[in-house]
Write a protein that binds this ligand. Structure first.
Ligand SMILES: NC(=O)c1ccc[n+]([C@@H]2O[C@H](COP(=O)([O-])OP(=O)(O)OC[C@H]3O[C@@H](n4cnc5c(N)ncnc54)[C@H](O)[C@@H]3O)[C@@H](O)[C@H]2O)c1
Ligand SMILES: [Zn+2]
Length: 377
């Protein structure tokens, strides 16, 4: 409960600007709260903390900005924190081990709550630690990048990278709550904002043409971090993700559609070295490649490919494959994708704009041609 009850106008104001969605997974269902300055609201975290032990996992960039806000919410608890180095290149088993070290050295028990405070890298690692420490402790996600607010904090995919492939070690593990304070985006660098927009545009491309049109109309407002535009984009993105996850939690069908552009994108991320290309940048280029391939199969028109490239460019994202990554290397990297089933690589492509499908209905030549056509001229 708040220390001081909110006055009526304050309460109304809060209700108007605050949204709550539910990820419906039976007894593992959980809320997503979206709102400005949520972390300044005293009653937001406590209901989701089970026992007395809390470990906050953050990184060296986010901790100085927001760790105190989270700590202040939890006075009275046995509260510890671990601050990880910042970067995709640290999303590995070695860094994960420092979380286990903290948990064990502070005698954290099975009723511990781990709070992930940061972007997708922190969220994926803290989530995997929560999934595996003593076979599973409680998890709360507090995502602080646009990408993690619209995508990685929702749905329970956790994990780390392996030298040979991205996100190859992991677990499905749902949080107890996701708390999205849109105010944290104020400090987010522009390049990271664009990276998050790639996943926002993804939802439009795979499922929702109307939303895609809304993004096109509001792209400048989004890039200028206008509160109401960002809040709307986050809400629709989380709603879409929550719906997909509720119908296919462990990715036996539908959920794979959320990976539009990711098979190409992960090849770029791994091939260029983790951290060189941001995840959203690699996914943006990957979505252009998926669009080109969909046109090659006769599913969408060349004009629709140009249109897709154009909105991603406007969002400040790259749309061409890195010249230094050879076609052969691309194919090799793509062959370790998690969507390879019985030796066949299934790809997420666009039947039309706003309707993605997962398919192996293509030839190796068409895949080759797509990669070759995706380099800068
Ligand atoms: N689990 C999933 O379902 C899922 C989905 C999509 C992406 N991912 C993963 O998410 C990762 C990418 O996440 P990301 O884009 O958030 O990257 P990130 O976690 O590296 O964060 C990007 C940068 O922004 C900084 N930062 C974070 N919040 C900030 C803030 N409020 N103000 C200033 N700086 C801030 C971080 O320290 C980092 O330098 C990738 O590893 C990707 O594989 C996972
Ligand atoms: Zn992604």
């Amino acid at each position: 409960m708040p220390e001081q009850p909110a006055t009526q106008p304050e309460q109304q104001n809060r209700e108007q600007t605050q949204k709550q969605l539910i990820v419906d997974l039976g007894e593992r269902s959980y809320p997503i709260f979206i709102g400005d300055k949520l972390l300044d609201q005293k009653d937001i975290l406590l209901p989701y903390i089970a026992g007395n032990n809390v470990l906050i996992v953050s990184n060296e960039t986010v901790a100085p900005l927001y760790l105190d806000k989270v700590r202040n919410q939890l006075s009275g608890k046995h509260l510890e924190s671990v601050v990880l180095p910042d970067g995709e290149e640290y999303k590995n088993i070695e860094t994960l081990n420092t979380i286990y070290d903290a948990l064990l050295s502070h005698h954290m028990d099975r009723n511990t709550t781990i709070i992930a405070l940061g972007g997708g890298v922190v969220g994926d690692m803290a989530g995997f630690a929560a999934a595996t420490y003593q076979r599973g402790v409680h998890l709360i996600q507090i995502p602080t990048t646009l990408l993690s607010q619209v995508d990685s904090s929702v749905g329970g995919k956790t994990g780390v990278n392996h030298r040979l492939g991205k996100n190859m070690i992991g677990a499905f593990y749902q949080p107890r709550a996701v708390i999205i304070d849109t105010g944290t985006l104020e400090t987010l660098p522009d390049r990271e904002l664009s990276s998050g927009l790639a996943e926002v545009i993804k939802y439009g491309l795979i499922k929702d043409r109307d939303f895609l049109n809304w993004i096109k109309t509001n792209i400048n407002q989004l890039l200028n971090k206008e509160r109401s535009a960002l809040a709307y984009a986050i809400e629709i993105s989380c709603k879409t993700k929550a719906e997909v996850v509720a119908t296919d939690e462990k990715e036996s069908g539908q959920r794979a559609l959320l990976n539009l552009g990711h098979t190409f994108g992960h090849a770029i991320e791994t091939g260029m070295g983790y951290g060189k290309w941001l995840h959203g940048e690699a996914v943006a280029t990957g979505m252009c490649m998926a669009a080109r391939m969909s046109a090659l199969l006769g599913w969408i028109s060349p004009a629709e490919v140009d249109d897709t490239i154009s909105i991603l460019k406007q969002a400040g994202l790259p749309t061409e494959a890195p010249a230094t990554l050879s076609t052969e290397r691309f194919l090799e990297l793509m062959s370790v994708d998690k969507k390879v089933l019985n030796g066949v690589l299934r790809l997420v492509l666009l039947k039309e704009i706003g309707q993605a499908v997962i398919t192996d209905d293509y030839t190796q030549d068409q895949l080759l041609e797509t990669i070759q056509n995706s380099y800068p001229e």
